[in-house]
Design a protein around this ligand. Structure first.
Ligand code: ATP
Ligand code: MG
Length: 424
């Protein structure tokens, strides 16, 4: 047996501890290796980004066995769960694939730097596989005595000998990856694609206007992915509708909580305010006037929450309230910027993403949306701002928005499902 490169540079007690730890957890410990995306480009801010990411990783692993996290060169994070079963480590990998900023997650076998052991682990990883394969080797520790291509060649030959599978370096059906680090070697096959983007919290905080529909959850995901930590605000038609839309909003936020951990959902009963708008003669402007009042209420809440922007699921031209003129009339209602990440997307694209995120089925459940309550037969497609301001003056909309907030209920839908919805 050829002992390849014992960690000469790891000195004294550190080396001893590493070896002891290794033998305690066995030579083929299953771990999680993550590849980062844009963080790698972040020059002098990188340590801030990494610290945020590491905290988010720890939060996402909540409730599982304790983890040990370390960084491996630029753009690689390694997580061990020394006391866990393989099934629990697989659950950890699944959770890590939802942490924003991570591009790939690999379940890896961690083996000592011994060529025979590495080869055996690679051969085991290919058991039950069929079709062509390639071995990709890389060395983060350049002192390893074999070059990457020598290592790949050696392991590849052993896989051919064991299973007789054809090698295809250009378009393999299976890939065995071998990554040589300072103290150990990682062996793995496929990975789980991550979300990409930036760590949640890196870009600040924003408030999502969350209906029970398809679009707003997708909008929320897109902005979390750009590093915003978000809170959610849902307007129900209560007391004129049932609580179904609240249950939907709750389930949607619970699903989205996978991507940021620690979500807050505020629910505001909106039915009476809608009726007030109607009696003050909103008529064809009812829908836009309602939306402006929602935005004003959201702005007041955002102020309390230190949120720096509002997020909606508007897409240009999708419904009559989303014409260019009407969107401009909505912008006029508040000072805070309104982020609309879906503005240029087709409904089919939005639905595809909702399906991938697991929110589509929830959004498609039936409910009584507050927006369809009191909807005029003919909605205005080119709302005039002075007309809207006139209606709001009659109502004292700013004061109404503040008043609406006094009826808000806070929920904390967790992806771990540990908290039941509060009674509303
Ligand atoms: P969605 O699928 O997100 O409901 P939509 O295509 O049905 O969107 P609208 O009903 O016009 O479009 O709503 C546009 C946006 O306004 C929503 O994406 C959401 O951000 C906000 N919004 C609408 N209704 C509500 C509500 N009841 N509570 C909170 N926000 C809402
Ligand atoms: Mg809607």
């Amino acid at each position: 047996m050829a002992v390849m490169s014992e960690p000469e540079a790891v000195e004294g007690r550190e080396a001893e501890a590493a070896v002891r730890e290794r033998s305690a957890s066995g030579p083929h410990e299953l771990c999680v290796l993550m590849k980062l995306g844009e963080i790698v480009l972040k020059g002098s801010n990188r340590s801030l980004f990494e610290r945020r990411l590491h905290n988010n990783i720890r939060a996402a692993a909540r409730g599982l066995s304790p983890i040990k996290l370390s960084r491996r060169g630029s753009g690689v994070v390694f997580v061990r769960m020394p006391d866990a079963s393989d099934a629990e480590v697989a659950e950890l990998a699944e959770r890590m694939s939802n942490v924003m900023g991570v591009v790939w997650v690999h379940l890896v076998r961690r083996v000592p730097k011994d060529l025979d052991t590495v080869t055996r682990a690679a051969v085991e990883a290919m058991a039950d596989r069929s079709g062509s394969f390639a071995v990709r080797a890389r060395r983060r520790d350049k002192r390893f005595p074999l070059t990457s291509s020598q290592l790949a060649g050696h392991v590849g030959a052993a896989v051919v000998e064991a299973y007789g599978l054809p090698v295809n370096l250009k378009r393999p059906q299976n890939t065995v990856s071998i990554e040589v680090d300072k103290d150990e070697v990682f062996v793995f096959t496929d990975g789980i694609p991550g979300q990409g983007g930036l760590p949640v919290g890196m870009s600040g905080r924003a408030l999502v206007l969350m209906s029970g529909g398809i679009d707003s959850p997708v909008a929320a995901h897109r902005m979390m992915r750009r590093g915003l930590k978000v809170d959610f605000l849902h307007f129900s038609g209560m007391p004129f509708t049932g609580p179904e839309s609240i249950y939907k909003a709750y389930s949607l936020v619970r699903q989205l909580d996978r991507y940021q951990v620690g979500s807050r959902l505020f629910v505001v009963p909106f039915g009476k305010a809608q009726q007030q708008l109607k009696t003050s003669g909103a008529d064809r402007l009812q829908v836009i006037a309602q939306r402006r009042l929602m935005l004003k209420t959201a702005e007041a809440l955002a102020d309390d929450l230190n949120a720096e922007a509002l997020i909606t699921g508007d897409a240009l031209g999708q419904v009559s309230s989303q014409t260019m003129t009407n969107l401009t009339a909505l912008d006029d209602a508040v000072d805070l910027p309104i982020l609309r990440p879906l503005i240029g997307m087709d409904k089919t694209e939005i639905m595809d993403q909702a399906r991938r995120m697991g929110t589509l089925a929830i959004s498609e459940l039936p409910d009584e949306d507050c927006c369809t309550l009191l909807t005029p037969r003919q909605a205005e497609t080119a709302a005039k701002i002075p007309d809207l301001r006139q209606i709001e003056k009659r109502l004292d909309a700013e004061e109404l928005a503040e008043y609406l907030l006094t009826g808000k209920k806070l929920h904390r839908p967790s992806f771990l499902g540990e908290e039941a919805p509060e009674k509303v």
